[in-house]
Structure formats: structure tokens, C-alpha cells
Design a protein around this ligand. Structure first.
Ligand SMILES: Nc1ncnc2c1ncn2[C@@H]1O[C@H](COP(=O)(O)OP(=O)(O)OP(=O)(O)O)[C@@H](O)[C@H]1O
Length: 517
């Protein structure tokens, strides 16, 4: 389906009526949480999934976004006694916000208290207890758990969720889990996502793995493309949100942009639009009349990006009441796993920022790239979770045909030195023989070894030094870790932390780090 860019007198993006029905399609709104759980597509394969886990060490679980993988599978495992001996199920997420919101959702569904039977562990926040049986953690935390207890004795099942994101930590965790399974055949690994190349994972895990597909989506989602390329996706995103607000039925809007700066700019523009509407008087002035929709709702606009505190991020998940329409402007932080309640419309700018490494200069930078087909599908999957929805892609359908199927793995496009340091600190001796899911380029590997040697993390025989072991304990890039340790030794740790904060994209993380040193 395409949306046409017709210039009406408001110069706004014209949204065709097919995506703008006022009718809600949510036949399950009145069901109890238990009934809603049983209506999820994954419930239909519950017995099969549990059977496969009995007989196979690894399960590759592929199911549409919103089908219930992340919230239901850990509950099935608890219900069927996997954790009755006191061991835990760990579900990893690439991002903190999804680990926290999923833990809270599972508690609501199961009637548990957050931090007791089900908790979360993310960088600088730990909400779990002795009673915890289901732990939602970031993939970075899992790597740290593996470093502390290489056999993961406290866990019976590890579910690596959103594996398609191919983050540095997800790939590293999978490589290490595969090694752990050789020593612990009872450890089960579930690799799950809506958009993974299941064959690649089946090949990686070998005969001990099986694949299970979950058919069906929670609610239908209509996909709309722009009729022609948009000259400026920021302007198009603004116009599209306002057009949805004026013409479409109730329901929240989630907009995907590439970074914090863009998010804040659009939030500002939308907030201004929420208190001003263009007067059609001959004077053509802006009057503070409120940006009322056809359904009489007011816009409530929230930002959602990685540099916010956890508290700021969670504001986007708050209920805004019937009188308001929620608009969440997000980076790809909201692309996977999260359910923002009430979202009915998604506006996708079609681009994302990716970290890329130039082996010639040894520097990493953020590049704006078109999204892959998998990322576009994940973004679309944020609609249709609590009601039927629509996605407005700000690019023509012909562009979609040119998208890469998957976003390249972080290991293939970033500086591999943090990974090498982690692996060496975990006792891996021969990096050349390490079985990667997809190995870094040989040139990048060689350069990373040179850098680690120059920083004093490796000796002349490529063995980890005690300084390297200390560097590996800090959750930052090796160059930064070395600076922080040197700063602490020279009595200027706080100053170096400040400088490190300026160099980090995620400032909140470095502030937490200052407390650790
Ligand atoms: N916070 C929430 N509020 C309301 N409903 C929710 C919430 N979290 C989950 N749900 C409901 O549970 C369903 C299953 O969510 P879940 O995260 O388990 O799906 P998933 O298959 O893991 O999706 P994805 O592949 O996008 O991560 C959602 O479609 C939604 O209907």
C-alpha cells in the first residue's frame, strides 16, 4: 500500500484513508491477563517448545514480533518445573529498557513482585533476590556473569533474545554459551528473534540444535510507503504525525529517527504544534488554539533514546489517558522487544545510525545508513501489539527492495579490540581458532592486537597482562579503560571520568562508572 505526498494547503503528508480507520481492532481488550496470554501465537506451540527443550540443547525460536516469545517462554519454563531446583532462567536483551519493561510485564502477568520471583540486572541497576527464578538481563551483563562463573552454574536455561541485532555482546555470549554446553550438557540455550537467519544459528550450534517457528501476529498491521522519495525525513516525519493526529482514529504514534539530536528536535516541533495550530485567517498567523485531532485528543509527546536515565525512558511507557494521544519519538532503542502500550501507528524514517570502524585510521564513527529489511520489520512490529496498527515508511516501496536483509553484525563493522580483551580475560588462548559466529576481518584483528599490546594489555607473546585483566573488568573500550586506570593511579580519576564522559555517546553510563572507581 502506498501513501501519496499530496501538497494540500497545509503542505502536509497526505495519509490515505486506508490507514486511518477510526475503528479499533482489539477483540481481546476485555480478556483477563491469563486469557490474553493464552491468545498469544506462542501459546499454540507451548507443548512442542517444551518437548524440544527436553531433547535438544539449543532451540532457535523464530516468531513474529509480539507473538509472545520474550514474556511467555520464561513463564512456561517456571510453570513446568525447570527452576524448581533453585536454578534460574536468564533472558537477555540488547538494551536496558527492554530488560526492565519485560521483567515488569512478566511480574504483572504472573502475579509476582518485581525483584522477587522475576527481576532484572542491567548496567548500574540490579533488581533481583535469592527468590529470583526469571532474570532479564542485558547481553553485556550475561557476558559478565560468564566471566565470573564460566559454567553458569546458577542457570538452567539462557534465552538470548533479539539475536538478530548481532551486537558485540550477543555474539560473544552465543560463542561462549556454545563452549559452556560442551561441559554442561544440561544447559539449554534458546536463540530467539522475529527476524533471524535460523539456518546460520542451526549450523553454528550443530546437531544439538532444533528450530521452532511460531506463526501469526498478535494484531494486523498495514504497511504504507511514501509514493516517492521524501526530500527531508525530519519534515516528513513531522507532517506525518500531524496528519495522523488530525485524520486518523485514536491510538499512539511511535516515530523512529536516527539519533538523540533528531529526536529532541522533533519532540520540540511536535510540542510546539501541540499548542499552536495554523490559523486559516487571512493574516496566516499561528494561534495558540491547541492541535486537536478529529477525535478531540491532545498530543502528549515523549522522547526515548539511549542517553536518558532509566526514569526518563520509562515515562514513554506511562498511560496518557483517553483524552490524549501519545507520541513517542525514539531512536532504534525502541526497535526491538519493547511494547509501548497504546501504540497503533509507527512512522519509520528508514535510516539508522550504526557504529563503523575504519581500520586505516583505527577510529570508530557513527554513520547514518538505510535500515535493513530486518530492522524495518522490527520497527513495524512495535505496532499491532495491543491493537491493530499501521506503519508509515517514509521511503518508497522500491527502496525497500534494495534494503540489506539483515544489519551487519557489530563484530564485522566495529573495532574488535574490546572483544579480544574480553575473550583473553575469559581464558581463550588462541583467538585465531576461536569459533566466532562471524569473525572480524583479519586486518581489523591484527590492528586490535597491536593496540592492546601498545596499551600494555598484552605482553610480547600476546598473553594477557595483569593490567589487561584489570582493563577487561571495566565495561568500556580498552583505550578508555587504560585512561581511567591511569587516572585513578595518578590521583585524577574524577577528571579522567569527566573527559571519558565527553568521549562516550552514552553519558549516563560513564557517570555510573565514576562511582565504581
Ligand atoms: N508492557 C506491556 N503492556 C501491554 N501489553 C504487553 C506489554 N508487554 C507485552 N505485552 C503483550 O504481550 C505480547 C507479547 O509480547 P512479547 O514481548 O513477549 O513478544 P515477542 O514475541 O517477544 O516480541 P518481539 O519479537 O517484538 O520481542 C505483546 O504483543 C503485547 O500484546
Amino acid at each position: 500500500m502506498s501513501m501519496s505526498l499530496a501538497e494540500d494547503d497545509d503542505k502536509e503528508l497526505y495519509i490515505d484513508d486506508s490507514g486511518c480507520t477510526g475503528a479499533f481492532y482489539n477483540p481481546r481488550a476485555s480478556l483477563s491477563l491469563e486469557q490474553q496470554r493464552q491468545a498469544l501465537p506462542v501459546y499454540r506451540v507451548r507443548s512442542h517448545l517444551l518437548y524440544l527443550l527436553e531433547i535438544k540443547q539449543t532451540l532457535v525460536l523464530v516468531g513474529e514480533a509480539g507473538s509472545g516469545k520474550s514474556t511467555q517462554v520464561p513463564q512456561y519454563l517456571v510453570e513446568t518445573g525447570w527452576t524448581s531446583d533453585g536454578r534460574q532462567v536468564c533472558v537477555t536483551q540488547p538494551r536496558r529498557v527492554s530488560a526492565v519493561t519485560l521483567a515488569s510485564r512478566v511480574c504483572d502477568e504472573a502475579g509476582w513482585r518485581l525483584g522477587e520471583q522475576c527481576g532484572y540486572a542491567v548496567r548500574f541497576a540490579d533488581c533481583r533476590s535469592q527468590a529470583t527464578r526469571v532474570l532479564f538481563a542485558t547481553d553485556g551483563v550475561l557476558v559478565r556473569l560468564l566471566a565470573r562463573d564460566p559454567l553458569l552454574q546458577d542457570f538452567c536455561v539462557v534465552m538470548v533474545d533479539e539475536a538478530h541485532e548481532r551486537t558485540f555482546h550477543t555474539d560473544l555470549a552465543l560463542c561462549l554459551l556454545r563452549k559452556v554446553q560442551r561441559r554442561r550438557p544440561d544447559l539449554r540455550v534458546i536463540v530467539s528473534s522475529a527476524t533471524i537467519d535460523a539456518d546460520a544459528y542451526l549450523k553454528f550450534f550443530g546437531d544439538s540444535a532444533a528450530c521452532l517457528s511460531v506463526e501469526g501476529r498478535q494484531y494486523p498491521v498495514d504497511i504504507h510507503y511514501s509514493a516517492s522519495p521524501v526530500p527531508c525525513y525530519m519534515a516528513a516525519a513531522l507532517d506525518t504525525v500531524l496528519a495522523i493526529h488530525r485524520r486518523c482514529g485514536p491510538g499512539g504514534v511511535l516515530v523512529f529517527l536516527t539519533g538523540q539530536e533528531e529526536v529532541l528536535r522533533l519532540v520540540q516541533q511536535l510540542r510546539e504544534a501541540a499548542i499552536k495550530v495554523r490559523s486559516r485567517s487571512p493574516l496566516m498567523i499561528w494561534k495558540p488554539r491547541g492541535c486537536r485531532s478529529s477525535s478531540g485528543q491532545q498530543l502528549k509527546v515523549f522522547a526515548l533514546y539511549g542517553g536518558q536515565s532509566a526514569r526518563q525512558q520509562l515515562r514513554a511507557f506511562e498511560n496518557v489517558g483517553q483524552a490524549n494521544r501519545k507520541v513517542v519519538v525514539a531512536t532504534n532503542l525502541a526497535e526491538t522487544s519493547v511494547t509501548v502500550p497504546g501504540i497503533r501507528y509507527v512512522v519509520d524514517c528508514g535510516f539508522q545510525k550504526l557504529r563503523v570502524f575504519d581500520p586505516r585510521t583505527g577510529l570508530e564513527s557513527l554513520a547514518v545508513c538505510p535500515v535493513s529489511a530486518s530492522a524495518a520489520e522490527q520497527r513495524a512490529g512495535r505496532a499491532g501489539r495491543t491493537q491493530s496498527g499501521a506503519v508509515y515508511r517514509l521511503y518508497p516501496e522500491s527502496e525497500a527492495a534494495r534494503q540489506l536483509p539483515h544489519t551487519p553484525a557489530e563484530l564485522e563493522r566495529c573495532d574488535p579490540s574490546p572483544l579480544l580483551l574480553q575473550l583473553l580475560s575469559m581464558g581463550v588462548r588462541d583467538l585465531r581458532r576461536f569459533n566466532f559466529l562471524s569473525a572480524p576481518a583479519p586486518g581489523a584483528m591484527a590492528r586490535a592486537c597491536e593496540l592492546l599490546r601498545a596499551l600494555g594489555a598484552l605482553d610480547s607473546e600476546a598473553r594477557l597482562t595483569s593490567l589487561g585483566a584489570r582493563m577487561a573488568e571495566l565495561p568500556v573500550a580498552p583505550m578508555l579503560a587504560r585512561s581511567l586506570l591511569a587516572g585513578a593511579e595518578l590521583g585524577c580519576g574524577a577528571d579522567i571520568c569527566g573527559l571519558a564522559a565527553c568521549l562516550q555517546v552514552d553519558v549516563a553510563d560513564v557517570c555510573g562508572l565514576a562511582a565504581c572507581l
